[in-house]
Write a protein that binds this ligand. Structure first.
Ligand code: AMP
Ligand code: MG
Length: 468
């Protein structure tokens, strides 16, 4: 199969056609067979020819390019960002019949590199692979990773590190920041082309609506409310929810500084650069709402030629976000506890559990696993099983919902310490990385595994970093 080139329909102002830089002696580190089976890939990719996988050679039907975007980074508008180290190779069809983007990240400089070297470390490429595939196991909407390669070359970070590339698969790479970038061109044609492109790529059914651009905003709000609700329910802290890191597809992207909640603490921040705690765990829904306000601002000229009317329509839609979020969050948390979300007490059970966890320093995710296990065995040694909260909960459980509870609460978890340990193993022996990754992912389904243990001491000192 060949690549399609949908993004070339966009106005020239929004992208640069550019080939990836050469990778020195590329070697395949890990290839996602499960994902590849869901896609119809060009034969060079099917054969896992590293010359093509690395971008050293380009499949005939691909014309790689980098997308421009802007973005609010930590609340400040940066007008000129873009794919500074990524190249979109094109779209392939999934076996379900929908198109997905294949993008190389760590593939060299572009017009948007702003003094950066255009490269990624092998460790950051593997982090992206491991985190995105882990989020996918949790049923969180996310970009996927098809493979990671390494090159025989060092790049300078705090110390010299081996280079790596990750191939990302996503429904779309259009970000809120893409709309901010297009809106800044002061040319409604550019903005309209991007909006039409996004609708056709992601939500073609909106072409039939009265006001497709307002409908686009509404559907994106819905998708992003679902996304952030799933992060909150699973204890995921994205860490860098800048508007350039939020996709209109509602898929999670950019896994540099992300981490998982250990001992429950709503104010938890791991990112070394988030000194004000803007992207703290508990702030994530509010930040998503704030980011959507930036998308709404960008769409004003398209929603109605009368600016006041456009603002009124978008404001009304934007104001629905907290309710949408609450509905999704409440439904997910109720599932995690096998309680009826419509019961009056359900909200109180959830909030009182969270308070109990934070008062007692309980691990957020392991607590749900312990509660799930309480159906299998009564473990009197656990703090939560002998608490008043546990008795309160027991009275509200709906036994018909227990199967679902067992399904949504994983048996085992990747803790921050797990991910770092796995990354260290993979970077030390890149040609064994595939085996290590397979072993660790298999352990997620193994009740007896001792690979995956929480370490709250580790979390206390844990700091994450952007853009390595
Ligand atoms: P991020 O923190 O990964 O969301 O990146 C923010 C911006 O910096 C984006 O425009 C990236 O393309 C760019 N960027 C990050 N790392 C590099 C790099 N090593 N070389 C060039 N651009 C980069
Ligand atoms: Mg980014």
């Amino acid at each position: 199969m060949s690549f399609k080139q949908q993004y070339s329909e966009l106005p020239d102002a929004l992208f640069q056609s550019i080939c990836p830089e050469q990778v020195v002696e590329p070697e395949l580190v890990v290839f996602n067979h499960n994902l590849s089976k869901q896609l119809i890939l060009p034969k060079e990719f099917e054969h896992r020819d590293v010359n093509f996988l690395s971008g050293n050679k380009i499949v005939e039907t691909s014309t790689p390019f980098a997308l421009g975007y802007a973005g609010h980074q930590f609340g400040n508008l940066v007008p000129q960002l873009g794919d500074g180290r990524a190249h979109l190779l094109g779209q392939v069809v999934s076996k379900k019949g929908n198109d997905v983007d294949l993008q190389l990240k760590g593939s060299g400089k572009t017009r948007y590199s702003r003094g950066g070297d255009g490269k990624s470390t092998l460790k950051s490429a593997l982090r992206e692979y491991i985190v995105s595939e882990y989020l996918n196991t949790l049923n969180i909407s996310t970009c996927r990773s098809l493979y990671v390669l390494c090159g025989n070359e060092s790049i300078m970070r705090n110390e010299p590190e081996q280079v790596g590339l990750v191939c990302r698969v996503a429904k779309s790479h259009i970000r809120i920041g893409s709309f901010q970038f297009a809106a800044m061109h002061q040319d409604t044609h550019v903005l309209k082309s991007l909006a039409d492109f996004t609708i056709n790529q992601l939500y073609p059914e909106l072409n039939n609506s009265n006001n497709p651009y307002l409908a686009l905003f509404e559907i994106v709000s819905e998708q992003l409310s679902k996304l952030v609700a799933s992060w909150m329910a699973h204890g995921f802290i994205h860490g860098v929810m800048n508007t350039d890191n939020i996709l209109l597809s509602g898929e999670a992207i950019d896994f540099g500084p992300c981490a998982f909640m250990g001992a429950y603490q709503p104010t938890q921040v791991f990112s070394s650069i988030d000194r004000q705690g803007r992207y703290a765990f508990q702030n994530q829904p509010g930040i998503m709402h704030w980011n959507l306000a930036r998308l709404a601002e960008s769409l004003i000229p398209l929603v109605d030629v009368r600016e006041e009317q456009a603002i009124a329509l978008l404001t009304k839609a934007l104001n629905k976000f907290p309710v949408l979020y609450e509905q999704h969050y409440h439904a997910l948390m109720s599932e995690k506890l096998a309680i009826n979300s419509a019961d009056k007490t359900s909200k109180d059970i959830i909030t009182s559990l969270l308070k109990f966890m934070s008062d007692e320093g309980l691990d957020y995710r392991a607590t749900f696993t312990d509660l799930t296990n309480s159906f299998i065995r009564k473990d009197e040694n656990l703090k939560i099983n002998s608490s008043d909260w546990f008795n309160y909960w027991q009275k509200q459980i709906n036994l018909d919902l227990v199967d679902r509870m067992c399904h949504v609460n994983p048996k085992q978890h990747f803790y921050n310490v797990t991910i770092e340990k796995l990354l260290d193993l993979c970077v030390a022996e890149p040609l064994q990385a595939s085996n290590y990754i397979e072993q660790y992912f298999a352990a997620l389904h193994d009740d007896e595994s001792t690979h995956l243990l929480a370490n709250h001491g580790f979390d206390k000192a844990y700091r994450t970093y952007c853009g390595t």
